[in-house]
Design a protein around this ligand. Structure first.
Ligand code: NAP
Length: 241
């Protein structure tokens, strides 16, 4: 490609998103990170990449809010955005019978509607370009179901369905894939009890939990121009769990 690639990563301020921002920057992409609450962490990434002469911008937006997502698309300073990584997500652990309607709306709002809204905002630009990559960060709980995480599991199952359906509509120009991640060591799992972690490692043939780098590596692969025949895939990055 004769122009620089530009990636927008939602939830790029921490965890897996942070790792992807650093790795895509090193791989030569312009990097736009979205964040909601963690402004300092987002600015630290901008400063780190800028110090290495990598074009980087941080944009605040709650991905569950249509107005904020539309405003984010207007603020993009580099571009055109040809790669969108729908990574922003929240966990929610509770017994089903104690979940409230407001919990449902919040988790679905960020984890599923956020993917839909952000894709709506950036897909048209990719179709105009005649090239694009959309990579959705899903979870192994989408397929297996996590007890005490029914809303999260359902939201991520929705992400898998959205990925497959949209890949059929736009695959001629834009590939749409999901990374189905296993348990990854980030702040999201700070409250997972040690015995639950041990159980997961016991059921993981590679005998460890995942690292943000594992997901980032897969995202770089899917974003590559040469990955043009991979579309509608659910790429499992879970150590074979
Ligand atoms: P994390 O460390 O908790 O980071 C979550 C990121 O999402 C933060 O950058 C946060 O930004 C952002 N975010 C949350 N709500 C947002 C909102 N309303 N609008 C915009 N950004 C928002 O979690 P992580 O482990 O890196 O998770 C990243 C993705 O991987 C999520 O979709 C998660 O479901 C998925 N995943 C994680 C695991 C795992 O085991 N960690 C496994 C499978 C899938 P602010 O702090 O700025 O709000």
């Amino acid at each position: 490609m004769d122009r620089k690639r530009t990636v927008l990563i939602t939830g790029g301020s921490r965890g897996i998103g942070r790792q992807m921002a650093l790795d895509f920057g090193k791989a030569g992409y312009n990097v736009i990170i979205n964040y909601n609450k963690s402004e300092k962490q987002a600015m630290d990434i901008v400063n780190e990449l800028s110090a290495n002469e990598i074009a980087c911008q941080a944009i605040k937006a709650d991905v569950s809010n249509a107005k904020e997502v539309a405003a984010m698309a207007e603020k993009v300073a580099y571009g055109p955005v040809d790669t969108l990584i729908n990574n922003a997500g929240i966990a929610h652990i509770n017994m089903f019978q104690f979940d409230k309607e407001s919990d449902f709306d919040k988790v679905m709002g960020v984890d599923l509607k956020g993917v839909w809204l952000t894709t709506k905002a950036f897909l048209p630009g990719m179709i105009n370009l005649g090239f694009g990559r959309i990579i959705n960060i899903s979870s192994f709980w989408a397929e297996r179901g996590s007890s005490t995480e029914t809303i999260y599991s359902a939201a991520k199952a929705g992400v898998n369905g959205l990925t497959k359906a949209l890949s059929r509509e736009v695959g001629e120009y834009v590939t749409v894939n999901a990374i189905v991640a296993g348990l990854i060591a980030t702040e999201m799992n700070d409250t997972v009890p040690p015995d639950a972690l041990i159980k997961i490692v016991d059921n993981t043939p590679v005998r460890r939990i995942g690292r943000p780098e594992d997901v980032s590596h897969a995202a770089l692969f899917l974003a590559d121009e040469k990955s043009s025949f991979i579309n509608g895939a659910l790429l499992h990055v879970d150590g074979g769990y």
